[in-house]
Ligand binder design. Structure first.
Ligand SMILES: [Zn+2]
Length: 436
């Protein structure tokens, strides 16, 4: 296929980036060499910036390129209309899309060969309010955390949860959409001794989750009107000790799950929500007998992902009294919070950079101020006092949260302030993640 967009671009020379796109089994399409170099440079820069996703939002007049780094999108270059269209078309062509079709959503994949690495790249294209959003998901093989303690939960609480899961009952997992729900769900399942106990896992055929060793998934197909309840009866014939349902969204499944603790089984399930309190009320709304759920609950595990401050360029500052007041922290309790600042570089290095016109940014985080991620856990262990709080239906979830706090329960905000006081993250990041 001939592939050319208008006249050649006014670019002085073509430097081949050390990176190729490959669609296994498909011939290499004929491409405008300038656009192809540009399309690859965008991905090369994304990899250098530790990005997991490249997103191009194309509106016809222009295309905005963004990189997702540690879960946050950062604006990068803006491409003029024709260049943007050409580059988007190159990604789509390698992903095997039909360029003539304008369907609401297409998915495909290709490989990126970069030096010695082969990086699988999933491509998703959708139309949102007249804009075309193309996302390249770069699977660079970054190890995902496996254990709750690697995700920010302290040993003591991890042990507490593990002990509770040795008995029959229900454990609910929750996280906001797209933010590491499956990683935390898997880590909770990993607390179970899967060699001593028979663990079954139920998930949708559309779930692309990493598998937990010794908990092979059984799938149901929502497109055929199936739910977890479609496959659970057959799984029960195996007399499992633990039933894990990745997400519970219907009453029939919930009812079936609530029968299991009476048969000495543990149930691990969950749903997407902002925090434990919201998750619990949502789960109760799926029950004909919410009391049954309350009586069987062992714990609710809530998780939020946040970015860690870059060690190289974080700086302490005394917390403004007004902020402390706002957060409900007594004066003098916290000596310092931390925030990103200028990089700590030797003066001669700064002088050299100034002379050579190099922007003075932190080499460690490339000026973002954050590097890597950790988690905020909200672990709600159930006892009679906690159960009591959820007895009556309510619209005022904040009142329930306050009551939990009085019982000594640490809310996500309390956890966030603790991390900020330790200098692991900034109070700005806590407020971004918790929207407070
Ligand atoms: Zn830095």
């Amino acid at each position: 296929m001939a592939w050319f967009f208008g006249k050649k671009q006014q670019e002085p020379e073509l430097v081949e980036p050390p990176l190729q796109f490959v669609r296994p089994g498909a011939p290499i399409p004929q491409l405008n060499p300038f656009l192809y170099v540009h399309a690859r440079m965008i991905v090369l820069n994304a990899l250098a910036a530790r990005a997991d996703v490249v997103r191009v939002t194309f509106t016809g007049q222009k295309a905005q390129v963004q990189y997702q780094i540690d879960g946050v999108y950062h604006n990068r270059e803006v491409l003029a209309g024709q260049t943007g269209a050409g580059i988007v078309a190159i990604y789509k062509l390698f992903a095997g899309f039909d360029l003539k079709k304008r369907v609401p959503q297409q998915e495909g994949a290709f490989e990126i060969h970069h030096l010695q690495n082969r990086i699988p790249c999933r491509v998703e294209d959708k139309l949102v309010k007249g804009a075309e959003i193309l996302s390249l998901y770069l699977d660079t093989g970054k190890p995902r955390p496996q254990k709750l303690t690697e995700m920010g939960l302290d040993e003591e609480r991890a042990e507490q949860l593990k002990a509770a899961m040795e008995e029959p009952g229900v454990v609910l997992v929750t996280a906001p959409p797209h933010l590491g729900y499956s990683t935390v769900f898997n880590a909770v399942v990993r607390l179970i001794d899967r060699y001593m106990r028979d663990v079954v896992m139920v998930q949708s055929v559309h779930d692309r989750e990493e598998e937990v060793e010794n908990a092979a998934p059984t799938t149901f197909d929502p497109d055929k009107g199936e739910t977890p309840a479609t496959v659970i009866p057959e799984l029960l014939l195996r007399y499992p000790n633990v039933i894990c349902v990745r997400k519970v969204a219907d009453k029939e499944t919930m009812a079936l799950l609530l029968e299991q603790p009476e048969k000495e089984r543990l149930v691990v399930t969950g749903l997407l929500a902002r925090d434990d309190t919201e998750a619990l009320y949502r789960a109760m709304a799926l029950c004909d007998e919410p009391q049954k759920l309350l009586s069987q609950l062992k714990a609710v595990v809530g998780h939020r992902v946040l970015r860690k401050l870059c060690e190289q360029c974080k700086h302490p500052y005394p917390p403004p009294p007004q902020l402390l007041q706002q957060l409900g922290i007594p004066q003098g309790k916290i000596r310092a919070f931390f925030k990103p600042g200028p990089p700590r570089l030797p003066p001669e290095e700064i002088e050299r950079m100034q002379k050579e016109g190099i922007p003075i940014v932190c080499p460690q985080c490339q000026g973002i101020g954050y590097l890597g991620q950790t988690g905020l856990f909200e672990l709600l262990m159930f006892n009679d006092q906690v159960r009591q709080l959820f007895q009556r239906p309510t619209q005022d979830l904040d009142a329930v949260r306050q009551a939990l706090r009085k019982l000594g329960h640490r809310t996500p905000l309390d956890e966030g302030i603790l991390l900020a006081a330790k200098g692991i993250t900034s109070i700005q990041e806590v407020s971004r993640v918790l929207k407070v």
